[in-house]
Design a protein around this ligand. Structure first.
Ligand SMILES: NC(=O)c1ccc[n+]([C@@H]2O[C@H](COP(=O)([O-])OP(=O)(O)OC[C@H]3O[C@@H](n4cnc5c(N)ncnc54)[C@H](OP(=O)(O)O)[C@@H]3O)[C@@H](O)[C@H]2O)c1
Length: 330
């Protein structure tokens, strides 16, 4: 069983290739530049550009799944997804781009079902754990009135790829889900109170608003991030993004932590779920590979699904525990 990694020459793509190697899974490295795609033991390089759909589909054809790490997905994601569907190969990506994730989930389902494959966007350290913990938290207080998905990580280092992606989404502004549909978030959040800490948060276009309403019958779903991190990401215009480091050195990468919270209010009271872990980019690679391998094993039905629709949430989060992840719902 081979797994294709599109964007394998990038920072996150390289970590995905390393995670596949750690698990002993052969990887097919796909991208636009042979020079930038470095073949290593257990890998094979295939060059295909985004404007050549036949070459892209041929590059994926004998693979069990594609992990797409070439962002901004708002710009580059469409051709890769279409090629995976044409090749009838499962697809996951590491997108954190709310609008693009929303569009994929809203439109790719029929083609995925016809192709008999599963498409799961947002399998990164925010969209994956955020959707899974929201499902587990909402289940405690069903039927849900309101869900907040919050990214509470402290400010930390971001790669150029992330900075470019943030620059591409902040201009579009955050959505919220209310009254059965998506609309611009009107802003304004109470601080999130944690044991020993009161965190100021602000609206941010996180994946959770695109994913959670698809499986939790909540009247309202909103997303927020630490206010100081929102300010940081808000400063990533396309020019400033180019100043971010292309690659984070290993010590910097491993020193980072990510922290997703879901708070659900329903007839049964309020429940809070948290999931946290180290090494945001390393864990993104672990999460994307875990998802791709589960799809390759046939664990999900065909369609365009959120992480929690595709995978049993507690089982998926438990699979991350050996990588330093901790989660709880109370
Ligand atoms: N949400 C999260 O929590 C999270 C976590 C990690 C990563 N991510 C996302 O993952 C993405 C990648 O981040 P990164 O830091 O790995 O970025 P990166 O190092 O810049 O890598 C980007 C990759 O995309 C490829 N690419 C760019 N433009 C292309 C084009 N026109 N045609 C074909 N390939 C193209 C690059 O290929 P070349 O080498 O040929 O330029 C490279 O392989 C970003 O969108 C980031 O936000 C999200």
């Amino acid at each position: 069983m081979k797994i294709a990694v599109h964007g394998a020459s990038g920072f996150t793509g390289g970590l995905v290739v390393a995670e596949l190697a750690r698990r002993g899974v052969p990887a097919v490295l796909v991208g636009r530049s042979r020079e930038r795609l470095r073949e290593t033991a257990g890998t094979e390089v295939r060059v295909a550009t985004l404007d050549d759909p036949d070459a892209l589909a041929a590059a994926f054809a004998d693979c069990a799944a594609v992990v797409n790490t070439a962002g901004p997905f708002t710009r580059w994601g469409g051709p890769v997804l279409r090629a995976a569907l044409a090749a009838r190969v499962h697809y996951v990506d590491t997108s954190g781009e709310q609008g693009q994730i929303h569009d994929v989930l809203a439109t790719a389902g029929p083609d995925a079902e016809r192709a008999g494959v599963t498409v799961v966007p947002a399998l990164a350290d925010d969209g994956g754990p955020g959707d899974l913990i929201a499902a587990l938290t909402a289940a405690r207080v069903a039927p849900g009135r309101e869900i907040l998905v919050a990214d509470l990580r402290a400010p930390g280092a971001a790669s150029r790829g992330t900075a470019r992606s943030m620059a591409s989404i902040v201009a579009r502004g955050p959505l919220e889900y209310a009254d059965g549909g998506w609309r611009p978030d009107d802003g304004g959040h109470d601080p999130v109170v944690l044991p020993g800490e009161r965190v100021e948060v602000a609206s941010f276009p996180l994946p959770g608003v695109a994913t959670v309403p698809r499986h939790v019958p909540a009247a309202r779903v909103r997303a927020a991030m630490r206010a100081d991190v929102v300010k940081l990401f808000g400063s990533f215009d396309p020019g400033a993004a180019e100043l971010a480091p292309a690659v984070l050195d290993e010590a910097t990468r491993r020193a980072g932590r990510w922290f997703m919270l879901a708070r659900a209010t329903g007839d049964g009271g309020t429940a809070t779920g948290t999931v946290t872990g180290p090494d945001p980019y390393g864990l993104t690679a672990v999460i994307a590979v875990e998802g791709a391998l589960r799809l390759a094993r046939g664990e999900a039905r065909p369609g365009a699904l959120t992480p929690a629709q595709a995978f049993e949430p507690a089982g998926f989060l438990d699979a991350l525990v050996p990588h330093g992840v901790a989660w709880r719902v109370e």
